[in-house]
Design a protein around this ligand. Sequence first.
Ligand SMILES: Cc1cc2nc3c(=O)[nH]c(=O)nc-3n(C[C@H](O)[C@H](O)[C@H](O)COP(=O)(O)OP(=O)(O)OC[C@H]3O[C@@H](n4cnc5c(N)ncnc54)[C@H](O)[C@@H]3O)c2cc1C
Length: 484
Amino acid sequence: MGGLATALRLRHAGFAVTVLERQERLGGRSNVIEENGFRVDTGPTILVMKDTFAELYRAVGQDLDERLCFTRLDPNYRIYFHDGSHLDLFNNMAHLAAEVERIEPGASARLFEFIGASARKYRLGMPFVTRNFDHLTDLMNPLTLWHLFQTQSYLRLYSQVGRYFRSDKLRKAFSFHSMFLGLSPFAAPAIYSLITYADLVLGMWYPKGGIYSIVEDMAALAQEMGVELRTNAAVEEICIEGGQARGVRLVSGEQLRADLVISNADLPYTYQKLIPAPHRRQYTDARLARLDYACSGYLLYLGLDRVYEGMQHQALYFSEDYRGTLEAIFKTKTLPLEPSFHLNTPTVTDPSLAPPGHSLLYVLAPMPNLDGSPVDWETAAPLVREQLLTRLEQIVSPDLRQHIVWERQWTPLDFQTRLNAVHGTAFGSLAQGFFQSAYFRPHNKARDIKGLYFVGQGTYPGIGMPMVLISSRLVTERIVQEWR
Ligand SMILES: Cc1cc2nc3c(=O)[nH]c(=O)nc-3n(C[C@H](O)[C@H](O)[C@H](O)COP(=O)(O)OP(=O)(O)OC[C@H]3O[C@@H](n4cnc5c(N)ncnc54)[C@H](O)[C@@H]3O)c2cc1C
């Protein structure tokens, strides 16, 4: 998505652009499976900060809402708890307050204090999300340190949420968002409640046809604008001559000359595999090994020959031992005893994704990445599948298994082999702790190789579709400024 967005912007600015994708379909992590009449998004399904998509389209002279049809979701999520209860996270504030009161009487006033504090973090944090960094002082200066201190953004997310809510259920419900950045809420800095704000207040959207319809439209637009799109075109090496990127060599042996090269592949992979070692002074293998990698995930996609009433489009299940689950994923790198998961039922909003009378379920359980993990996915995958189906029988319906007519799964090994994701990370390669964010995240311009740039989740601002679209704007601004 970062590569496509950059291609659109640079073409609009007058550059001749070729996009090279190793897979047979464009989209990368934002991909799709179309089989047996089912069309399921394989990666992202939660679209927040819709304005970042609208900005991309505007920047290339287009109107997002004229090309695609969006529905706003409310509630954003239904959260299921281990005891069978649930909570709906509405973005209608009156409804949300009533839900919060139902779980913890008297907590609605503190809900609004929490949202106010999160809005403040959003307002103070966004200027650091939407800019390029050249100097440490772009991030660390007396004013930002004062804001950090004032908003106590340096605290851990879960413990700061705990200052507003006593109930464990509400603490989970208002802190899980850091998982989208591949970070445990017990380790993530509290600044990330800005994502909770973006999600709850700015709203969550669904494009008709699923997230992949955005990728398809971006690809169609790229073609209309004259970008050359090549799939099944794996890059083997970025060609460097005299300290300058001069093009790429494909696995097929074909060489393409270019004035500049932008890598949207995982940034650690790009350094490790596409740049010959003598040119890698900044990111050596030793330095790449020391970086903190985000988590991975196990995904189960199910096509059902019936529709279950009463489901919400987006849902989450939190296991009883939430902390234990997160420790397994991030610390011991083992299988969680009982996985928490994201349950997406897109056919609630868009029945066209399945044959008539059928429906789709998408289950995403965060899992440890492959870095030092003892998990053998050949044996683990059937066990995790079984755990998830058993829980789905309680949440969805006891007869669920009898109605599965189509099924696919992804494990961390798929992320590694299909996407070249180092250590099989799912949402993005590098975890977004403080020292891997903003100025401290790998920059979008290689320091030691002229004409080589980066876009996507591996550089700043980071993980997730809106961030990747912002990264395409930042790298384009840099390139246009340097190359005009
Ligand atoms: C299961 C899952 C759920 C997610 N949920 C959400 C969500 O709900 N909301 C959200 O906003 N984000 C979500 N994300 C995160 C989001 O999808 C990613 O952060 C974002 O799409 C990354 O985009 P990118 O542009 O950085 O590149 P990527 O999607 O990582 O694409 C990189 C591309 O480079 C290609 N490539 C690699 N090596 C080569 C090579 N040698 N030659 C040519 N091509 C190569 C790959 O095939 C791939 O197509 C999710 C991700 C996953 C996997």
